[in-house]
Design a binder for this molecule. Structure first.
Ligand code: SF4
Length: 381
């Protein structure tokens, strides 16, 4: 059921897995993968490039590379293959995150059609449309997102085509931005502080009087809400707004998170009501939406962010990613010595379900389980 966020219990006896009600692949990712593989199938002999990683999942990307698809840029925009090597005979796939207007224009000028091979997710396009509406009403667009993330770079490019735009990566930066709104900080300092995060000709003295907030579709819902509320309050205090006049300075937009981010985050919140021993979150280490699921879990219980079952080295040791320090670390004794161990499991929007199944399979090897996975599947069927 769509609005039921209670987890599903897979009762193996001494091992109890609580699976998030919503997890894994979203519409945008499924759609992008389908278009990519169909393109490979329909164009034998053609050189096929992807602008950058299709989605933030190493297995899916490796699979595409195995089918002869090459990446032109890495996830941070670093060039892997020069654009000069790409010719009008080639196919260039635009990933689910979308791309910048400048790159799309450059490809079109080379005679490469981008429309047919564009897998930009409609929920990302929805953010671009929202930005356009805000821009038409003469607001500056504040984008809550990771400045180097492909999607934020693409959204920034589309937003900046219509209005002044600035990216804030977190509440800390939003608070600094607010100081330029109130005048606490000098406009001249803005350029160094927000270097690389503002549009051409941005004038902090003029362009921070009317703002609207949109976000990268995979941010933490509560973070975006807090940032929007904070900036709105800043405007209320600065301009002594009382109610109906708030729109003079702050566009009242709802967050632009996509449905999958919302559902996956709500399902984790629902799952965390279970009194469990640990949580396992599955996904690519550079996946924004997955790291936010980790963030939610680690507040409540020991949480292990892993990319696949091979990271579970034994019933004793697990190799997992600390996204705060950006390092993979080894933890011993991750499974408590208890009669019944309860584990919460979820995965990010770019994670194939088969990886989650592999992890459940592996975990079940360390317990004297009463049901096999096929029996469990039969039970749910
Ligand atoms: S996470 Fe959301 S915006 Fe991103 S591809 Fe999936 S559905 Fe689209």
């Amino acid at each position: 059921m769509k609005k039921d966020f209670t987890p599903t219990l897979l009762d193996f006896g001494p091992l109890q897995i609580y699976l998030a009600r919503h997890f894994g692949f979203c519409y945008g990712v499924e759609n992008a993968i389908e278009i990519a593989f169909r393109t490979v199938e329909e164009n034998p002999g053609k050189k096929i490039y992807l602008l950058s990683e299709m989605i933030h999942n190493p297995q899916v990307n490796a699979d595409l590379q195995a089918h002869g698809v090459d990446f032109l840029q890495d996830t941070y925009g670093k060039q892997l293959i020069p654009f000069d090597d790409v010719t009008a005979d080639d196919i260039v796939l635009i990933p689910a995150f979308g791309t910048t207007i400048a790159i799309e224009k450059m490809l079109n000028e080379k005679g490469i059609p981008t429309e047919k091979y564009n897998t930009t997710c409609p929920f990302v396009e929805k953010v671009w449309n929202r930005s356009e509406v805000i821009a038409k009403n003469n607001y500056t667009i504040v984008i809550h997102g990771k400045p180097n993330h492909e999607e934020t770079r693409a959204t920034f490019s589309h937003a900046a085509a219509n209005a002044p735009a600035v990216v804030v990566k977190d509440m800390k930066q939003a608070k600094e931005l607010a100081k330029y709104i109130t005048g606490e900080k000098k406009a001249v300092d803005f350029f160094a502080e927000f270097n690389g995060q503002y549009s051409n000709n941005f004038d902090p003295a003029k362009d921070l009087k009317r703002i609207g907030v949109v976000n990268q579709t995979t941010m933490l819902a509560s973070d975006t809400q807090a940032i929007a509320d904070f900036l709105k309050q800043t405007m209320i205090e600065k301009y002594k707004l009382t109610g109906n006049d708030i729109e003079k300075h702050f566009a009242d937009t709802r967050d632009t998170l996509c449905y999958a981010t919302n559902d996956n985050q709500a399902a984790v919140t629902g799952m965390l009501e279970t009194d469990a021993d640990l949580a396992i979150v599955v996904g690519g280490y550079n996946s924004s939406n997955t790291s936010h699921l980790v963030e939610l879990c680690e507040v409540k219980l020991p949480t292990y962010f892993i990319s696949n079952e091979e990271k579970i080295l034994s019933g004793e040791n697990i190799l997992h990613y600390n996204f705060h320090t950006k390092q993979e670390i080894l933890t011993s004794g991750f499974l408590p010595a208890k009669e019944t161990v309860k584990i919460l499991i979820t995965s990010g929007a770019s994670c194939p379900d088969a990886l989650v199944e592999g992890i459940i399979n592996k975990l079940s090897c360390y317990f004297n389980v009463k049901n096999t996975i096929p029996e469990m599947i039969a039970f749910f069927q």
